[in-house]
Every structure is written in structure tokens, then in C-alpha cells.
Design a protein around this ligand. Structure first.
Ligand SMILES: [Fe+2]
Length: 310
């Protein structure tokens, strides 16, 4: 007897199209999101998962979040979104990094920024079952922050341990749980040699506690964004998919197998099997006519007189 027909869902992340009303704008990233968006609509997934950094500066411009929400709604595909650090602020640090031009402590996620995101997209932690797959997502930037939202997130995570199980359980987070190994130590933000390892994954204490919770919920796959370099690890029987960005690539030199090609991930579910497929963008924008600083500029470096639109 034949089982149900295979079906697909898609994970897309790190679109950060930005806005020509902002102090900085890269139209190539906006064009790449439009390309990805068209390709996703054509592939007709049963639902769409969005892994954060849906905006370039949504933590300070609510309108960037609203514009992405309108863009997602118009796709007419059921979707769920978790925030990324560009939408709500970074994971917390009490110490500054080694680069004088970057004020890391000021970039910490705040309750106000998270509430702003939730006022546009709804709750930042959610779980649902679709056919034989459970998908759960959360705002991992609050872990280790000491904010009231962190305590609520752990309470919610604990409750997931007794939730009804499905055949597969996907977890969505924005920062990867780890860089190379599950048991790697906490990276020092203060040292230039380890700053990017610190920046690109969760801290060890958050990671250990989160992983224990994931395992207690029957996690089969953990999908993250943030790095803009596609990579896969398998550890403790769980797949860890580091998803590609649509905007462009970053940090492509760290892993020999890492691939920075812009695109998104499509999951094909066939009974109890899941196959992952990388879908590259049909066309990567070559525009170079943007403006403004990259990275995480300080407030005094934000010059809105550069904006193309007012
Ligand atoms: Fe990010």
C-alpha cells in the first residue's frame, strides 16, 4: 500500500534586504530576496520557515520588520518566523570585543527590541505539528541575557518536553549551537583570534542547556542561520543544518566543506525519511550601488542624509 505522497517545506533565512530609507542600503540584498521569494513561491512548499535576520536594522527601524511581514504575507504560503540578531539585537555580552569601532555591549538584545519584533510578527517562540513533523522555534538571543524573556523561554522549553511527539522534530534557532564540536568551550569575545567564533555561535552554557532540552523533546534536526555559510554537522544523532543566507556569504573560509552560495533549504518528506536539498538563487544580483557602513555601526555613524528615500 502506498503511503502519503512526498511533500516539501522550505527554510529561508538572513534575507536582510534593508531599506532605502535607512542610513545604509545594499540593493543587491533586496534583489536577492525578491529572487528567492519568486523561487519559493514557484516550488509550492506546504509551509515556510524563516530563520531570522529578516531585516538589516529592524532592531531600530520597526518599518523594516513591517515591510518584510507584508512581503511574506503576499507569498500566500503559511509561514513562521523567529527573530535574528539584526531584528532584535545580539546575544548578550557583559564584556566588549577587541574592535574599537564596535560597541558589542550596546548591541545586546533588549526586551523593548524583542517586544517590537513580536508586535509585528507575533510570539517569537512557537511550536506546531504538520503531518508527521513537529517544528519549534525560539529567540535564542535571549539565552544568557538574564532578561525576563530568558526565564520565560526556559519555562516554555521545559514544557515542550511533555508535548505530543511527531516522527521528526525540527528546531529553529538563529545562532548555530556550536562551530565545530558540541563540546567546544566558550569562545572569548575579548580576543581577536576567537571573536568570530564567539559571534557566530551560542555560548557554551546556553548551548549545553538548550541541547539537553532539545534531546528531551526528541529533536532530530536543528536548523540555524546567522553565519551565511552552508554547512552540516551530525552529532549525538541530530542533524545540525547551518543554512545559507539569501543576501550573500560570510565566513566561508572556516570550514573546508562550507559553501557561501546564496540560496535556501528545501526539505522533502517521504514517509519517515527527510531529504534536504540546497536551492541556489537563480540569479545573484551584481549591483554595487548601495551606501552606508557594514557591520554594527555606532549611532553617530548612522547618517540618514544618505538615504535614497525619505
Ligand atoms: Fe544574524
Amino acid at each position: 500500500m502506498r503511503g502519503p505522497r512526498p511533500w516539501t517545506f522550505i527554510h529561508v533565512t538572513d534575507m536582510q534586504p534593508g531599506s532605502p530609507r535607512s542610513f545604509r542600503y545594499n540593493p543587491a540584498w533586496a534583489e536577492n530576496w525578491e529572487t528567492a521569494r519568486r523561487q519559493i513561491i514557484e516550488r509550492r512548499p506546504e509551509f515556510l520557515l524563516v530563520g531570522g535576520d529578516v531585516s538589516r536594522d529592524g532592531s531600530i527601524h520597526r518599518w523594516e520588520l513591517e515591510e518584510m511581514k507584508a512581503s511574506l504575507e503576499a507569498m500566500e504560503i503559511p509561514y513562521r518566523v523567529i527573530p535574528g540578531n539584526m531584528d532584535t539585537g545580539n546575544k548578550h555580552t557583559r564584556r566588549q570585543g577587541p574592535f574599537p569601532e564596535r560597541d558589542d555591549v550596546s548591541l545586546n538584545i533588549t526586551s523593548e527590541q524583542l517586544l517590537q519584533f513580536e508586535s509585528v510578527f507575533g510570539p517569537s517562540r512557537w511550536t506546531f505539528i504538520h503531518r508527521n513533523v513537529r517544528v519549534s522555534g525560539l529567540c535564542d538571543m535571549v539565552l544568557g541575557s538574564g532578561l525576563t524573556e530568558e526565564a520565560r523561554t526556559w519555562e516554555w522549553l521545559n514544557r515542550q518536553q511533555t508535548a505530543k511527539r511527531a516522527e521528526h522534530h525540527f528546531w529553529l534557532i538563529h545562532y548555530p549551537l556550536f562551530i565545530d564540536r558540541l563540546d567546544e568551550p566558550r569562545f572569548a569575545i575579548t580576543r581577536r583570534e576567537t571573536y568570530y567564533e564567539w559571534y557566530f555561535c551560542l555560548d557554551q552554557d546556553s548551548r549545553d542547556r538548550l541541547l539537553a532540552t532539545f534531546k528531551a523533546t526528541g529533536a532530530t534536526r536543528v536548523v540555524s542561520g546567522h553565519v551565511h555559510c552552508r554547512m552540516e554537522h551530525v552529532a549525538d544523532g541530530i542533524h545540525f543544518d547551518l543554512a545559507p543566507a539569501t543576501c550573500g556569504s560570510q565566513w566561508t573560509g572556516h570550514w573546508a566543506e562550507g559553501d557561501g552560495t546564496p540560496g535556501f533549504l528545501e526539505y522533502l518528506v517521504d514517509g519517515d525519511r527527510i531529504a534536504k536539498r540546497f536551492v541556489p538563487l537563480d540569479r545573484v544580483s551584481t549591483r554595487t550601488d548601495g551606501y552606508g557602513p557594514g557591520g554594527h555601526p555606532r549611532p553617530e555613524q548612522r547618517d540618514y542624509s544618505l538615504a535614497w528615500k525619505r
